[in-house]
Ligand binder design. Structure first.
Ligand SMILES: Cc1cc2nc3c(=O)[nH]c(=O)nc-3n(C[C@H](O)[C@H](O)[C@H](O)COP(=O)(O)OP(=O)(O)OC[C@H]3O[C@@H](n4cnc5c(N)ncnc54)[C@H](O)[C@@H]3O)c2cc1C
Length: 377
C-alpha cells in the first residue's frame, strides 16, 4: 500500500537528522530512509565537536553559532549527554603564539568569543595541558562536544517520539521519481525529497555528482580506554598545527610564518594533513585525531605511520592519565574544494544537501534551517 508524507529524506547521518528536525518542527510529515541498520557513515565516526571557532568570520560563523543553539535545544530536549566546556588551542612555539594572539586581538570584532591566556591562566583552565614549554593558549567559549555514537543512535527515537518522524532503516533508495519514492519494501508518495547521502556519489543522481567537483577525504582516528577515576578532559583541546587547518585563522598575517616553519621542519604533518584534536566521550574515553587524505578512491587500509605521527604529536601537549589505545578506525566525508557545502537541485522538488566537509557536526542544524527557508521560497 502506498504511504504518504510531505518530505522524504535519504540518509540518517547528522545532515539527514538535522533536516528531519527542522522540517518536523515546521509541521511537515517526514520519512527518513537509511540504507544501514543504523547510520554508520561520517556522523558516528567523528570527534563530536561542534566547533564554531573553525568557521571563517561572517556568514559561516553565524551559521555555526545558530547551529550550536539548535544543538543545545535538541540535546536538552532529548536528554543526551554533552559538554559545553569550550576549546583551547595550546601553543608551545613563538610563531604559534603570534597567530593565537593576533586572532584573539581581532576576535571580538569578528564575532568570536576568544581570549589569549598566558601559560599560568591556560593551566588554570585545563589540567590536561602539558605545562613544559607551554607559552599560552587561545581560549574559546563556544565549542560543544557530543558523543557521536550515542547521539546519532538516539536521535531517531527522539524525532519519532516527539515529532512523529518515521524512520525506515535497512532501506536503500535507488531512485526518486516524485511524487514516488520507492525502496525494496515500500512505495511512498511525497511532495519533496532531500538527499543527504554523505559520500555516496554513485546511487542517486550519479552524473550530477560526477560533475559537482566533490571529492572524498579519509581521516584516521584513535580512541583511548576510559580515563581512570572519572578524570575529565575539560575544554576540548587543539594545538599549533590546528591553527593552519581551519579557515578562521586565515585572517592572521602571522600564519604564513607558522605554515612555512611546519613545512620545513615537519613536512610529514603536511603530507598526511595531520593536526591534533582531543575530545572526550561521556564514558571517559578520549577521541584523538586526525589526518586528511583526499581523493575519490579511499584506501581501505589504515597507515600505522599516520597513527604514530598523530599520537606522537598529541602526546606533546596532552597530559592525560592513560593513552592506551582501545580503538582505531577511519571515516570519510564528502568535500567540495571551494564551497563550504553543496545544495543542488537535480529535479523539481528534489534537493541534494551534502558535503559540509570536516564541519558537518558543527553546521548541520544551521544548514538545515537555511534549506527550510529556501524550500519555502
Ligand atoms: C573522522 C571524522 C571526524 C570528524 N570530526 C568532526 C567534528 O568533530 N566536528 C564536525 O563538525 N565535523 C566533523 N566531521 C565531519 C562530519 O562528520 C561530516 O561532515 C558529517 O558527519 C556528514 O554528515 P552526513 O549526514 O552528510 O553524512 P553521513 O554521516 O556519512 O551519512 C550519510 C548517510 O546516508 C546513507 N545513505 C547514503 N545513500 C543512501 C541511499 N541511497 N539510501 C539510503 N541511505 C543512504 C548512508 O548509509 C549514511 O548513513 C568529521 C568527519 C570524520 C570522517
Amino acid at each position: 500500500m502506498e504511504q504518504v508524507a510531505d518530505l522524504a529524506i535519504v540518509g540518517a547521518g547528522i545532515m539527514g537528522l538535522a533536516h528531519a528536525y527542522a522540517a518536523a518542527q515546521r509541521g511537515l510529515r517526514v520519512v527518513v530512509f537509511e540504507r544501514g541498520v543504523q547510520a554508520s557513515g561520517a556522523s558516528i565516526r567523528n570527534f563530536g565537536m561542534i566547533w564554531p571557532i573553525g568557521q571563517p568570520h561572517g556568514a559561516m560563523l553565524q551559521m555555526a553559532l545558530r547551529s550550536r543553539a539548535h544543538w543545545l535545544e535538541v540535546l536538552e530536549h532529548a536528554q543526551l549527554p554533552y559538554a559545553a566546556e569550550g576549546s583551547m588551542h595550546l601553543v608551545y612555539r613563538d610563531d604559534e603564539a603570534a597567530v593565537a594572539k593576533e586572532f584573539a586581538e581581532q576576535s571580538a570584532a569578528l564575532g568570536y568569543d576568544c581570549q589569549w591566556l598566558n601559560a599560568a591562566q591556560a593551566l588554570a583552565r585545563s589540567h590536561a595541558a602539558k605545562c613544559q614549554g607551554l607559552l599560552g593558549a587561545l581560549w574559546s567559549s563556544t565549542e560543544l562536544t557530543v558523543d557521536p555514537r550515542v547521539t546519532i543512535a538516539a536521535l531517531p527515537a527522539f524525532l519519532s517520539e516527539k515529532f512523529g518522524v518515521q524512520f525506515r532503516f535497512s532501506c536503500a533508495i535507488r531512485s526518486i521519481d516524485l511524487p514516488a519514492i520507492e525502496s525494496a519494501k515500500e512505495r511512498w508518495s511525497v511532495d519533496q525529497a532531500l538527499v543527504c547521502s554523505g559520500d555516496d556519489f554513485e546511487t542517486l543522481y550519479p552524473s550530477m555528482y560526477a560533475s559537482s567537483g566533490l571529492t572524498r577525504v579519509k581521516l584516521q582516528m584513535l580512541r583511548t580506554v576510559p580515563q581512570p577515576d572519572g578524570w575529565r578532559l575539560g575544554p576540548a583541546l587543539a594545538a599549533g598545527l590546528t591553527l593552519r587547518f581551519y579557515p578562521s585563522f586565515r585572517v592572521c598575517g602571522t600564519l604564513a610564518a607558522l605554515e612555512r616553519r611546519i613545512a620545513e621542519e615537519t613536512p610529514e604533518y603536511d603530507n598526511w594533513g595531520i593536526h591534533g584534536l582531543v575530545s572526550q566521550t561521556a564514558q571517559g574515553e578520549l577521541t584523538l585525531g586526525d589526518s586528511h587524505e583526499s581523493g575519490l578512491h579511499v584506501d581501505i587500509f589504515n597507515k600505522s605511520e599516520i597513527d604514530d605521527l598523530m599520537l606522537g604529536y598529541i602526546s606533546q601537549f596532552l597530559n592525560a592519565p592513560d593513552l592506551t589505545i582501545a580503538q582505531r578506525w577511519y571515516g570519510v566525508y564528502a568535500k567540495h574544494p571551494e564551497r563550504p557545502y553543496l545544495s543542488l537541485e537535480p529535479a523539481p522538488g528534489v534537493r541534494i544537501v551534502t558535503s559540509p566537509g570536516g564541519s558537518g557536526m558543527t553546521l548541520s542544524f544551521g544548514i538545515a534551517e537555511k534549506t527550510m527557508m529556501e524550500m519555502r521560497e
